[in-house]
Design a protein around this ligand. Structure first.
Ligand code: GLY
Length: 429
């Protein structure tokens, strides 16, 4: 990459991508941040480019025309479909794993088998491609009075292909939906039935340069829609970082015994993982275990992690792309970050959009960073355009102050049907 005056193209349009564009724009090495397709918040950072994440040819053409030095891919779908490979083959530098490496998120069966073959700690599991065999396993499990089961469709299922079944009926219904009625399409051709693990979850993301890793400050996501961890699963309703429950010993254990061996296992297959590897961990009584891997930054995790990164993100991404993470010292602020997601009422189910959003400047004046997700500009006004609309992040020296600052800023914002959880960060107060 050139040393300075860099042109960076961020692919995606969520809170994660706004946080990426925000952090990249702070680098004095960057001249332009382009956002494709971006959102209303990203339009205040850089030029919005009306290209969608799966329009590979247009992304390549734009990168050539505007002399893009680095493409930063936010979401998993284009990575799983091979965007990094397509850009690399055209000589465009890209931050994000190859299609082969992105299988770590794209195929749960691939990942589970990789972990099992290499003795990496995860829940016990069985893979099924026949619904009758899966149903028979389920009946036996519940007849023996064992606990809940987790049922996962193999492929990408827009985050919806995981069911925690408390009883036989729920488990059989999941099999019927995934394998017989194929509501997640080809993702239901193979499924995993997995032991249900109990414990607090933590998101541990690392930068990976193909061989070496540099862990980030960990985060904890609130996945359920309603207070008290009730209701349906969402993409994430809020987050905090760091995670006191992931003590330094557990953190080191997870890096040394789960993440690093995974990179080595991939290398044995000839796959050099470059980008962000996100380990969804569960902190069980027997120590951290891996629930799942994602091939990208988490959302909303990125909205608390990047504000705590002291080092220039461009320097880190360049080290990843050039395979020299060992040559860079990555520093983090010793502070606390909390993000509260403001959603459209009804999310993760049906919701209406197009409502004007007020109070954005007041929320920033209250000391928060306002990351946009589902927003757009219509008739000169910022309006809602998605399920998760905004992420309100506050940073402080204590969690108590960060939570209080985040919620004070939240109170400044108004849009019709606005919904948010009231208990983000309560666990660490
Ligand atoms: N917050 C969960 C995820 O990014 O997958």
């Amino acid at each position: 990459m050139r040393p300075n005056n860099l042109n960076i193209l961020v692919i995606g349009s969520g809170g994660r991508e706004h946080a990426l564009a925000w952090k990249l724009a702070q680098s004095n090495r960057v001249a332009n941040v382009y956002c494709a397709p971006g959102n209303a918040g990203m339009s205040m950072i850089g030029e919005i480019i009306p290209i969608k994440p799966l329009e590979f040819d247009k992304i390549i053409q734009f990168s050539r025309e505007r002399a893009v030095d680095l493409v930063v891919v936010g979401p998993e779908t284009p990575l799983i479909a091979g965007l990094a490979d397509a850009l690399e083959s055209e000589g465009v530098a890209v931050f994000g794993p190859s299609r082969a490496a992105a299988q770590i998120e794209g195929s749960k069966v691939f990942t589970k088998q990789l972990l099992a073959e290499n003795g990496i700690t995860t829940g016990t599991f069985t893979v099924f491609s026949n619904p009758d065999e899966a149903a028979s396993e389920i009946r036996q499990h519940f007849a023996e009075g064992r606990g809940p089961l987790v049922i996962k469709a193999d492929g990408e299922a827009a985050g919806k292909g995981v069911v925690i079944a408390e009883n036989e009926d729920a488990a059989l219904q999941a099999i019927d939906q995934m394998m017989v009625r194929k509501v997640f399409g080809a993702s239901g051709e193979r499924i995993i039935i997995e032991e249900y693990l109990v414990g607090q979850e933590a998101s541990l993301m690392v930068f990976a340069d193909g061989e070496k890793v540099a862990p980030m400050t960990p985060a904890q996501d609130y996945k359920r829609a309603y207070d008290g961890d009730k209701g349906p699963n969402t993409g994430g309703m809020g987050c905090y970082s760091p995670v006191p429950a992931l003590t330094p010993d557990l953190y080191d254990f997870a890096v040394k015994n789960i993440i690093q061996p995974t990179l080595s296992a991939l290398m044995k297959k000839g796959i050099h993982y470059k980008g962000v590897l996100y380990a969804g961990l569960i902190l069980t009584e027997d120590g951290p275990k891996l629930l799942e891997y994602n091939c990208r930054f988490g959302d909303p995790e990125t909205q608390v992690v990047l504000p705590l990164l002291e080092t220039d993100l461009v320097d880190v991404m360049e080290a990843v792309v050039e395979g020299r993470l060992d040559e860079i010292e990555i520093k983090w602020y010793n502070r606390r970050a909390v993000c509260v997601v403001l959603a459209s009422g009804g999310y993760p189910g049906d919701y209406d959009t197009g409502f004007p959003i007020n109070g954005l400047a007041d929320a920033e004046s209250a000391g928060a960073i306002v990351f946009h997700a589902g927003t757009k500009i219509a008739d000169g006004q910022i309006v809602t355009a998605g399920g998760r609309v905004l992420g309100i992040t506050a940073i402080s020296d204590t969690f108590a102050d960060a939570v209080s600052k985040a919620y004070s800023a939240v109170e400044k914002i108004r849009f019709q049907n606005m919904y948010y959880r009231k208990d983000i960060g309560a666990r660490v107060l």
